[in-house]
Design a protein around this ligand. Structure first.
Ligand SMILES: Nc1ncnc2c1ncn2[C@@H]1O[C@H](COP(=O)(O)OP(=O)(O)OP(=O)(O)O)[C@@H](O)[C@H]1O
Length: 390
């Protein structure tokens, strides 16, 4: 299968394969959605480039599905504009938007064969039969299901059903594929395998995929770009690596998990070449140093350190004094949980009772002499500690 590339009018590279698929980007301009007086989504501004795999990530009720449905046209926007490529699509019905939707339960027709399921959308669009035969045949071959064309969905595995659902969506040559929690109905093993398959197919077609998920791991594994949402707002739009390394807010840091977050008042900010060195006064702990931008002296803020970037060392009063390079606090080990390669060590700050976490390679933990109940020093570099203005 040949997959070439071309540059579209706005300079974005679209992958094009000989099945006639072209990808387009999606833009939201000040998009809001109200249900009566309830604001489900407020003033979203977002650009998803053509050919990107984008995940809308956030807790239940934050507005992910509403956003996806507004792009699909299954939900009207209350205000703002939805663009697919450079077309305003607010007033177009779903069938005219060049999008296709893949649902959680796949919504395959149980009484139709695999072939008939994939053919259905083409038949509805009144595509001539000879073209339909070619397109369905090519699509089934591409996703490796030609030999199962005469089977009914019930005779397929969960993974095969997912591929039929993908084939059925892609055969209509959408410019954007919208996926609403497509993996959530699968068991853990199949979910991991199908996650890899989804990414492979997306890359193979060079299509724009926009997927709703509340799974952090899933968003990290699949996305070129993650959109983290909270209460109808966007908290951060970034690559998985950026979200992991530099969460933009306390909400994102908490939602990613495995972060130790301290709140306090900004008492000093020293401009530096890479990022400012910021000093926070944390109640019960004292000064903690972190790096970032946008600190305003006197404001309440926070800092966050990943659980895999802290270190433990035997308690000594002399090492518990913080410096601009290193933060130190005394903590007690409250629980040790082996999870395979990594061991999770629960800690409690001696002075404040705050629960904290240390993640370490299991082999390293076993080689250390530290034990549950022990009072120790938790230490981390100011350079690894992220300033969170809100
Ligand atoms: N038709 C509706 N009428 C009234 N409120 C609605 C409607 N649809 C959604 N909502 C509300 O809008 C908010 C956002 O819903 P949405 O389904 O977009 O959230 P979500 O992030 O996709 O959540 P989940 O992960 O649980 O599916 C929720 O508070 C929900 O209750």
């Amino acid at each position: 299968m040949n997959i070439g590339t071309k540059i579209n009018s706005v300079g974005k590279t679209n992958a094009v394969c000989d099945l006639g698929l072209t990808a387009q980007g999606v833009s939201l301009r000040s998009v809001s959605k109200k249900y009566g007086s309830f604001v489900a989504v407020e003033n979203l501004n977002l650009d998803i480039p053509a050919g990107d795999y984008c995940c809308l990530l956030g807790p239940s009720g934050c507005g992910k599905t509403t956003t996806l449905r507004m792009i699909a046209g299954h939900e009207d926007v209350t205000s703002g504009d939805v663009l697919i490529g450079d077309r305003h699509v607010n007033n177009l019905p779903p069938a005219k938007r060049d999008t296709a939707m893949m649902f959680q339960n796949y919504a395959l027709f149980p009484h139709k064969t695999v072939w008939q399921n994939v053919d259905f959308g083409l038949k509805m669009r009144k595509i001539p039969q000879s073209d339909r035969r070619t397109r369905v045949g090519e699509m089934l071959e591409l996703i490796g299901l030609s030999h199962l064309a005469e089977r009914k969905p019930v005779q397929l595995s969960g993974g095969q059903q997912q591929r039929v659902a993908l084939a059925r969506a892609l055969v209509t040559r959408p410019k954007v594929l919208l996926l609403d929690e497509p993996l959530s109905a699968l068991d853990e093993t199949l979910r991991l395998r199908m996650r890899g398959e989804l990414r492979k197919i997306q890359k193979q077609f060079g299509m724009t995929f926009i997927q709703v998920t509340h799974g952090v791991d899933e968003a990290f594994a699949l996305s070129d770009q993650i959109v983290v949402m909270n209460h109808g707002h966007i908290e951060q739009v970034a690559t998985p690596a950026e979200v992991f390394r530099t969460p933009a807010s306390q909400f994102v840091a908490k939602f990613m998990g495995d972060q130790n977050i301290f709140t306090g008042k900004v008492i000093n900010c020293i401009a530096d070449t890479n990022s400012d060195l910021i000093e926070l006064d944390v109640k019960g702990i004292g000064s903690l140093f972190c790096r970032g931008y946008g600190a305003v002296i006197g404001n309440e803020a926070a800092c966050s350190i990943r659980a895999d970037l802290v270190e433990l060392e035997p308690y000594s009063a002399a090492t518990s004094i913080p410096s601009t390079k290193q933060n130190h606090i005394s903590v007690r080990i409250t629980a040790v949980e082996l999870t395979g390669y990594v061991t999770r060590v629960s800690l409690m700050a001696e002075k404040t009772g705050q629960e904290l976490l240390y993640k370490v390679r299991t082999d390293d933990w076993h080689n250390s002499s530290l034990q549950e109940g022990q009072l120790i020093i938790l230490r981390w570099s100011a350079d690894d500690c992220i300033f969170l203005a809100h």
